[in-house]
Design a protein. Structure first.
Length: 81
């Protein structure tokens, strides 16, 4: 749309480590994060343990929550060590 600032963000691959780090940053329990995202606590647990990864809207919502909370994450993400 004309006149609107266009911002292209790199897609973040939300893995268990990033999701847990976001939740810790928020000071939230799995249940509280689930409520914020409109999902179940079990889903958050499964994401954090790597059983599943968030897709589509869930991934987008994680990005919105992260941005609004000032959570800093790297789009590439290399493991330390």
């Amino acid at each position: 749309m004309p006149g609107m600032a266009q911002r292209k963000q790199k897609a973040v691959r939300w893995d268990g480590r990033r999701i847990r780090a976001l939740r810790t940053h928020l000071g939230a329990t799995q249940e509280e994060l689930a409520e914020e995202l409109g999902t179940r606590q079990q889903t958050i647990s499964e994401w954090e343990t790597g059983k599943y990864r968030p897709r589509g809207t869930s991934s987008t919502l994680l990005g919105v929550v992260a941005e609004r909370s000032g959570f800093k994450y790297r789009a590439g993400g290399k493991k330390k060590g």
